[in-house]
Design a protein around this ligand. Structure first.
Ligand SMILES: [Fe+2]
Ligand SMILES: [Fe+2]
Length: 240
């Protein structure tokens, strides 16, 4: 078996960010289920290992012509700014935009498509959870990580955090990510992978398209936090 087949999905996602786009497209879970080897993940997703390897190679070649930032090396403050300016902003905007769209589609099609009402309930819960979750990150965890990094750069002592060690809020955030992952999976399966029924109206299709994009963005977002920001912050605290 090739070396790449034995690597975990998480490691591949960390090595090249283009891999996350391939995994997203093929339905391979790289954020919460990233501990599997590529070979195992392909088997679970009923995909041919050769084809996935080819897709990974192609995406990597293509991404070399783009400028992707290597978040394993960039300052944590920059990574935090990136997460807030792209992912947090997007989540907030989509929550506001999708509420009325859900109302419209459920109002018209909810009677014949009961799964829509179920998805609406799950999305409402997820939206509420994410709103509080992002606030905790922005008010407590992210500022602490940025201050700690600044102190390390300046060679100054860091004031002890009120939450003991950074591993405590990190564990809490990871737990909340798992819960968000469960909500995504529930919506994904209830909508049959966001496949609108034949003859569905434009709003119905637009809603499913938006939810599929919301899912992809949240996977990227959780990947940056779970697999890069949090481990780097925990390691940095350990060096003080
Ligand atoms: Fe976040
Ligand atoms: Fe988060």
């Amino acid at each position: 078996m090739s070396a790449i087949a034995e690597k975990t999905v998480r490691d591949l996602a960390l090595e090249t960010s283009s891999a996350t786009r391939v995994f997203e497209k093929l339905g391979i879970d790289y954020c919460c289920g990233g501990n599997k080897s590529l070979e195992e993940a392909c088997r679970t997703a009923y995909l041919s290992l050769d084809q996935v390897q080819l897709a990974l190679d192609t995406a990597e070649q293509e991404s070399k012509t783009r400028v992707d930032r290597d978040w394993q090396r960039e300052p944590l403050a920059d990574l935090i700014a990136h997460i807030q300016a792209t992912h947090h902003k997007y989540v907030r905007e989509e929550i506001v935009r999708l509420g009325p769209l859900f109302e419209k589609v459920c109002g018209v099609h909810g009677k014949n498509h009961a799964e829509l009402l179920h998805i609406q309930v799950v999305f409402r819960g997820l939206a509420q959870e994410l709103t509080t979750h992002m606030m905790k990150e922005e008010m407590v965890l992210f500022p602490y990580i940025a201050r700690m990094e600044e102190a390390v750069i300046q060679g100054e002592p860091v004031l002890p955090p009120p939450f003991g060690t950074v591993a405590n809020p990190v564990a809490m955030m990871e737990h909340e990510h798992d819960s968000a992952g469960n909500a995504l999976r529930a919506m994904h399966s209830a909508s049959n992978g966001y496949t609108a029924p034949d003859g569905a109206c434009t709003s119905y299709r637009a809603l499913y398209q938006a939810l599929a994009e919301f899912e992809a963005d949240l996977h990227q977002h959780i990947h940056l936090e779970n697999n890069i920001l949090f481990p780097r912050a925990v390691a940095m605290e350990g060096t003080r």
